[in-house]
Design a protein around this ligand. Structure first.
Ligand code: GDP
Ligand code: IMO
Ligand code: MG
Length: 443
């Protein structure tokens, strides 16, 4: 190892040759999980989505071509077995459309599997998502409108429709008939809307079921068998730690568990089978939707980051709110998921700044905080305490080793490692699969 790298935390080589890795967004989503998942997929045998739904938008660039994935794991682009686990809420129309699009682009989707126990996004989930947002007015959450919250609500209320239900016309009719009558009462009485017709919905969803049938299976069995056989399994998180329903900036969160623990529940694997957990960290922070964001820059600096980083939503096209890297939040993310390595993305976006700021603590109600406050109202009162680091001017997109980076960029990465006490495994310096620095063999 050359001398200057000595500032970085060294990897425990004993940690390297392991077969299961959970990839977690360490911020508010859009950290570049798709890019990193695609990069790691080359070394994996199976890639598994475990939570969320088509609210996710994972952009992957391979040889200059851009692919946007919402439900299918990024492993599809390298021909790997892909699993949509029981913890995902599946919009069947969206899934079929995504399969068709990938197939038309020449990818094999025959090994995309969907859990029979995954819940299904129904038309009324999307409708409620929009109607409820309208009703919240000033208190809106800024959801993606994909029906995510209402679908998880039905799951926990035990009135959800699951993928296996779509494969049995009698069962599906019985469940939908019963639940739709309640849905329609709410639509008519609370929202003064026309009721949704049963027969049309039944027919459309039974057709989706038939088309998906060859892909539907007990994916927990599939994933556990793969692990038993020594296969390398990558769990691709969607959203991010700070959007976790349990640990995020509640109520400005999504309705699932993007944190590493979510992989166990959402894929049906036990915690002892998870060997590695990597956090994907954008070199600065973005957030789409509403809710507190201590390091947000609403002025020139934010506009600069948005323009440089092309920070517009993959799913909704909304401009992303932008700000400086928040190390308080990152330490929190590292704790919640027991991150044992980091992938820092979009380092190239920061090129051209004279100084780069990182938030090391908050000032809140006259006190200095170094730990993340769990109450969103308190977080909204937090003011960031910044450390300024020297910037760099060189184009770094051609860097393929840490040694290729200018000293100031390396110092920036070292500062992240040091603050979080988690070793850096990957640095991404551009959207393309090739524009990546791999620091250690991970599988
Ligand atoms: P995800 O939801 O976490 O997968 O992230 P998104 O795909 O929504 O947003 C990340 C965006 O940044 C995408 O457009 C990626 O192509 C792009 N991207 C990923 N890594 C890098 C990088 O290192 N540099 C640059 N410039 N763009 C990147
Ligand atoms: P990926 O996987 C960024 C945000 C929404 C909103 C909140 C709740 O691409 O990182 P929801 O529709 O889930 O009920 O919206 O969560 N959100 C995301 N933000 N990236 C995502 O996914 C997101 N998925 C949901 O903007 O603030
Ligand atoms: Mg995204």
């Amino acid at each position: 190892m050359v001398a200057w790298i000595s500032g970085f935390i060294t990897f425990d080589p004993g940690l390297s040759p392991m077969g299961t890795l959970v990839l977690v967004g360490a911020q508010w989503g859009d950290e570049g999980k798709g890019k990193i998942a695609d990069f790691l997929s080359e070394q994996a045998d199976m890639v598994v989505r475990y939570q969320g739904g088509a609210n996710a938008g994972h952009t992957v660039v391979v040889q200059g071509k851009e692919y946007r994935l919402h439900l299918i794991p990024s492993g599809v682009l390298s021909g790997k077995t892909c699993v949509i686990g029981n913890g995902v809420v599946v919009d069947p129309a969206q899934l079929l459309e995504e399969m068709e699009r990938l197939q038309a682009a020449g990818f094999d989707v025959s090994r995309v599997f969907v859990s029979d126990a995954a819940h299904v996004i129904m038309p009324y989930h999307k409708l409620f998502d929009v109607l409820e947002e309208d009703r919240r007015g000033e208190r809106k959450l800024g959801t993606t409108g994909r029906g995510i919250g209402p679908a998880y609500r039905d799951k926990f209320s035990r009135v959800g429709i699951r993928v296996c239900d779509l494969l049995d016309a009698r069962v599906f009719r019985e469940k939908l008939e019963h639940h739709l009558s309640q849905v329609n009462s709410v639509l008519e009485l609370i929202y003064q809307r026309e009721p949704l017709p049963l027969e049309q919905m039944l027919e459309a969803y039974l057709t989706y079921g038939e088309r998906l049938r060859p892909h539907v299976t007990d994916t927990s069995l599939l994933v556990n068998r793969a692990i038993d056989e020594g296969k390398r399994v990558l769990f691709e998180g969607a959203q991010g730690t700070l959007l976790d329903i349990e640990h995020g900036t509640y109520p400005y969160v999504t309705s699932s568990h993007p944190t590493a623990g979510g992989a166990c529940i959402g894929a049906g694997v036990g915690p002892t089978r998870i060997k590695r957990v990597m956090g994907v960290v954008k070199a600065y922070v973005t957030r789409v939707g509403d809710g507190p964001f201590p390091t947000e820059e609403t002025g020139e600096a934010g506009a600069w980051l948005r323009a440089r980083g092309r920070e517009f939503g993959t799913t909704t096209g909304r401009p992303r709110r932008c700000g400086w890297l928040d190390l308080v939040a990152l330490r929190y993310a590292a704790r919640l998921s027991a991150l044992d390595s980091l992938a820092v993305t979009k380092l190239d976006t920061l090129t051209g700044l004279d100084v780069v700021r990182v938030c090391t603590a908050y000032e809140c109600d006259g006190a200095r905080l170094t730990e993340w406050p769990r109450c969103s109202e308190a977080l909204a009162r937090c003011r960031p305490v910044y450390e300024e680091l020297p910037g760099w001017q060189e184009d770094i997109s051609g860097a393929r080793r840490l040694e290729d980076l200018p000293p100031a960029a390396r110092k920036y990465l070292e500062a992240i490692e040091e603050a979080v006490q988690v070793p850096l495994a990957i640095v991404s310096v551009g959207p393309d699969r090739r524009e990546t620095i791999l620091r250690a063999e991970l599988f």
